[in-house]
Design a protein around this ligand. Structure first.
Ligand code: MG
Length: 296
């Protein structure tokens, strides 16, 4: 099942998306909050919540991020694709990195604040007064269903509700200057998410590719075979001491082809359009705003 969040009469609503005919059937829930649906998820319950007889055209809706207001920060993983870890090392970004150390021995976690999330189509604020090294990172994100602590890798899939896409937008100069990655990845609008969320049972992970396009040019194009730490490993590592909760989002890292990896680097500029896509997860497109003053 594919779920979207959208605006209707100024309120956030959740609906079931049918990509075959681009229609949406609203769920009759008070909160308009996908997390509340995930918390007590069964496909049967979702069906029972459908607002009988109402079918909306996707094109008529303002689509939001599937989880527009996460309850806490988005968990993210740095350098989790082999070829990307190598391009990162070769860029000279991290001068402290020794030869042969480019592939991490343990997952590198950081977070992006919930306030950085925007939906499909929403402009990304280039924050031109703060950064001149704006970069994109196409990523597949996991949405946790059943929470838990100390989840074993072999049980991890029982805790996954579904997937979505995010663009882990990054100010490389802030990331470098401030050493810790949080600041450079956390500015307002730096976490485009969507366009929809798909439940685990409907998602085919075989041959999964993740792409990023900038102004129609393919920059990132990889399969998840290049992942260093798989999703069960990430869930088991995170949950070893942190209780995961329904609606938690884990961005699983970006593949090779980020702007920093080019020589010279190819960073984003106002007016550029960035699209992240993966099979089964749709295409998440966001423009870079022409000015830094955007209200989203
Ligand atoms: Mg990333």
């Amino acid at each position: 099942m594919k779920l979207i969040s959208y605006l209707h009469d100024g309120q956030t609503r959740v609906g079931v998306l049918d990509t075959r005919d681009s229609t949406v059937r609203p769920l009759a829930i008070e909160s308009g909050d996908l997390i509340s649906v995930i918390e007590s998820w069964t496909p049967e319950r979702a069906e029972s919540l459908l607002d009988a007889g109402i079918v909306l055209a996707l094109d008529d809706l303002t689509i939001l991020a599937p989880i527009p207001k996460p309850r806490r920060n988005i968990f993210c993983v740095g350098k989790n694709y082999r070829a990307h870890a190598r391009e990162f090392a070769n860029s000279g970004f991290d001068e402290s990195l020794s030869l042969g150390e480019e592939i991490p021995s343990h997952p590198i976690f950081f977070t992006k604040p919930a306030s950085s999330v925007v939906g499909p189509g929403a402009p990304i604020n280039p924050h031109t007064s703060l950064t001149s090294a704006l970069d994109y990172e196409a990523e597949i994100a996991v949405i946790i269903g059943r929470g838990g602590m100390n989840i074993a890798a072999e049980d991890a899939w029982q805790h996954v509700w579904g997937y979505t896409l995010i663009n882990d937008v990054t100010a490389r100069d802030l990331q470098k200057q401030h050493k810790q990655w949080f600041l450079g990845k956390s500015l307002d609008t730096f976490c485009p998410m969507g366009p929809w969320a798909v439940t685990l049972d409907e998602f085919d992970q075989t041959g999964l590719t993740i792409e990023c396009w900038v102004n129609g040019e393919l920059r990132q194009n990889a399969t998840t075979d290049d992942l260093i730490f798989d999703i069960p490993t990430l869930i088991s590592t995170l949950s070893a001491g942190i209780t995961l909760e329904a609606g938690d989002i884990i961005a699983t890292g970006t593949p090779v082809g980020v702007g920093l990896g080019f020589d010279p680097p190819r960073f984003l500029a106002p007016g550029d359009v960035v699209s992240v896509r993966a099979n089964g997860l749709g295409t998440l497109t966001n423009p870079i705003a022409e000015t830094s003053r955007v209200n989203v």
